[in-house]
Design a protein around this ligand. Structure first.
Ligand code: ADP
Length: 260
């Protein structure tokens, strides 16, 4: 009987090992798929402006043009090249962030301080933006989060930048709140909004809604934000009304909360 029990136990262990192995395999496949899709998206994004650049050069070479016309073409080429540099910076930043996330150091940080410092940072580079930050719920608890300050500031900066960029009044309203176990902040704007079908896609890498195409951007920032928030055991969601505005909400568990 003992022998049969031992054999049964061994079989259970082997079954468990097989389950774990399949789990690892599935995660590896998922990682490869993400990598493949990133490379193909990135190549596509780079190809479009490069093709435009090439046809402008060909046009310049084909015709006899006046010095003024050549100057105009060179000016266009400069603008296109600047766009390409911005795009490759964005891609590089996405690739680096994804690569480094698993090794990021987490410490205890104050969420509200990070939000105020992101507000200062953005206003110093874009003084036409208006960013108002306030506490939603008055709380005695310090808003302590287990996190990485630079990455969290990046999430806040991205949301503030989008809110101001996609609204005519270039204004973002931020509310910070907490309850017993979680803290959160919301970023509200009265901008162009996002249609129902697009709302679920804004966190996909390279996705840009059709009403956003006249604004600068590459559709990379929110996908980075979502990864960063997930690394902090948090969540990021959006509700939006086209033509009226959007509200992004980010939640984190409190280090000093009751569930901690
Ligand atoms: P980017 O703004 O550079 O395109 P993001 O990843 O930050 O990239 O955003 C992805 C898309 O989500 C945007 O292209 C836009 O369609 C939509 N979006 C994000 N934030 C807002 C906002 N505050 N208002 C309206 N649309 C938004």
């Amino acid at each position: 009987l003992q022998q049969r029990l031992n054999e049964g136990k061994r079989q259970d262990e082997i079954d468990q090992l097989a389950v774990n192995f399949n789990h690892v395999l599935a995660r590896l496949e998922q990682a490869f798929d993400q990598q493949r899709s990133f490379v193909s998206h990135a190549s596509h994004e780079l190809r479009t402006p490069l093709t435009a650049l090439k046809s402008e050069i060909q046009l310049g070479l084909l015709q006899r043009l006046s010095p003024e016309e050549y100057e105009a073409i060179l000016q266009n080429l400069l603008t296109d090249t600047d766009q390409l540099i911005a795009l490759s910076n964005s891609l590089l930043s996405l690739a680096r962030t994804l690569e480094n996330l698993p090794r990021v150091q987490l410490t205890t940080v104050r969420l509200d301080e990070i939000i105020f410092s992101a507000q200062d940072e953005l206003l110093s580079t874009k003084p036409t933006f208006r960013i108002l930050v306030d506490y939603d719920t008055m709380t005695d608890t310090e808003l302590l989060v287990r996190g990485n300050e630079d990455l969290l500031r990046r999430v806040v900066l991205n949301l503030l930048d989008n809110a101001c960029k996609y609204s005519a009044n270039h204004e973002a309203l931020v509310y910070i709140g907490a309850d017993t176990a979680t803290c959160w902040f919301t970023v509200q704007d009265a901008g162009i909004g996002i249609t129902g079908a697009d709302v679920s896609r804004v966190f996909e890498p390279f996705f840009r809604a059709s009403n956003a195409l006249n604004y600068d951007g590459f559709g990379v920032g929110l996908s980075i934000c979502q990864r960063i928030v997930a690394l902090h055991q948090g969540s990021i969601t959006v509700v939006s009304e086209p033509g009226h505005g959007s509200t992004f909400t980010v939640n984190f568990p409190l280090v000093n909360g009751q569930a901690a």
